[in-house]
Design a protein around this ligand. Structure first.
Ligand code: GAF
Length: 383
């Protein structure tokens, strides 16, 4: 049922600030059980909740100026686009045998959609965290992460890994997460970048290949794993495969799949090297790994696009930019740039002009800082 009337402002019982994320390095490695280096950022979705003592769930987005309503039933049916990130989470909470009741929710997002900074994971995790508090569901942070990921896999239909939900919930202010997506072991690395800042350049394009190609990449990696595990039953993901094993199966795999696997193995190594460079304060070398990551994504994993490549190439001869790469699933969204702070303003002007001249599209710069994961405020008699 549609509910486009604005939900009247209410005294919330629970407020949640649910952040977007960046990823310094380690792209498309999460669903291959590899390494990633993301963190939550100081851009968030704000959500307010109250129980409404009914079986109705009413959600209003201040950002989209529209809302919708659905009833709690055993089998929840799909809504449209952004609605599914919410209904999908409620569906998973019910499937986990947790007792969710009717609620009202107002959402106010400061995260651009389609920019590759994970507004969808922020929304899922924000809804799951809010309902967890509101109805005392007793879900731990990692259970919230996994539930939100499952909602995206099963309800929305995107076969994403765990990185986005993990970083949205479990990040630590001013730190990066070095996450082993196989064991879920984590190391928090202080996010010190010397005299540099993290600058996102939003291409403002989101090619509609993104969803289908994302799932295809995942399938391509799985084909290689399936083949190799016929002789090596212990292999369950590309994480357990090294270059030597891959070489042995080279002829049996298509050249495209060889390329994909090669990229994943190299990217995993790059993440570990990058963590070391960062801890040693070797930011220029860290930046070189960012460029190498982009090249792999562009030529071997083939998830970049002309707009992203243009921005990365544009930065190459600027010695005040240490590293630049596409970020997230690809086919649009942002580049992430490690740039000397005092050069940032002039560079934004210059690159925005060049980008507009080339594509006739406005470039959106966003300077971000690593921030804490989900923040929750709760009051008994309204906040
Ligand atoms: C998207 C997915 F949601 C993540 O799980 C991850 O695979 C990323 O693309 C690519 O690194 O954000």
């Amino acid at each position: 049922m549609k509910y486009s009337r604005k939900l009247e402002k209410f005294n919330p019982e629970v407020k949640v600030a649910s952040p977007g994320r960046i990823n310094l390095i380690g792209e498309h490695t999460d669903y291959n059980n590899g390494f990633v280096m993301p963190t939550a950022i100081d851009r968030k979705i704000l959500l307010e909740f109250r129980a409404n003592n009914s079986q109705s769930c009413r959600v209003y987005s201040e950002t989209f100026k529209t809302g919708f309503e659905f009833q709690l039933e055993d089998d929840l049916s799909k809504g449209k686009n952004w609605e599914n990130y919410i209904i999908g989470v409620v569906d998973q909470i019910q499937k986990a045998d947790k007792n969710v009741e009717g609620f009202d929710c107002i959402i106010n997002s400061k995260l651009p959609v389609g920019a590759g900074i994970s507004s969808s994971a922020a929304l899922e995790c924000g809804i799951a965290s809010g309902l967890n508090e509101l109805f005392h569901l007793n879900l731990s942070p990692i259970e919230i992460v996994k539930l939100a990921q499952k909602a995206e896999n099963e309800f929305v239909g995107s076969n994403c890994g765990i990185m986005d939900q993990y970083s949205s919930v479990l990040s630590k202010k001013d730190h990066l997460i070095l996450l082993d997506c196989k064991s879920l072991e984590v190391e928090f690395i202080p996010a010190a970048f010397g005299n540099c800042k993290l600058l996102l350049l939003n291409t403002n394009v989101s090619h509609n290949l993104a969803d289908s190609e994302y799932n295809t990449r995942r399938e391509e990696c799985e084909i290689a794993v399936e083949l190799i595990r016929q002789d090596h039953p212990g292999v369950t993901s590309l994480r357990e495969i090294d270059f030597k094993i891959l070489e042995k199966y080279k002829r049996k795999l298509s050249s495209t799949i060889n390329q994909r696997c090669n990229y994943i193995l190299e990217e995993n190594e790059r993440v570990l090297q990058a963590a070391k460079k960062l801890k040693d304060g070797r930011y220029v070398e860290f930046g070189k790994l960012m460029y190498a990551s982009h090249e792999g994504l562009q030529h071997k994993y083939e998830v970049s696009c002309p707009e992203l490549d243009f921005l990365v190439d544009y930065s190459r001869d600027k010695d005040f930019i240490y590293g630049s790469r596409m970020m997230g699933g690809g086919f649009g969204g942002c580049t992430l740039n490690l740039i000397e702070e005092d050069k940032t303003k002039d560079y934004i002007k210059e690159v925005s002009k060049a980008y507009f001249q080339r594509f006739r599209i406005k470039l959106d710069p966003i300077i971000v800082s690593p921030d804490a994961g989900t923040q929750i405020t709760k009051k008994k008699n309204g906040i």
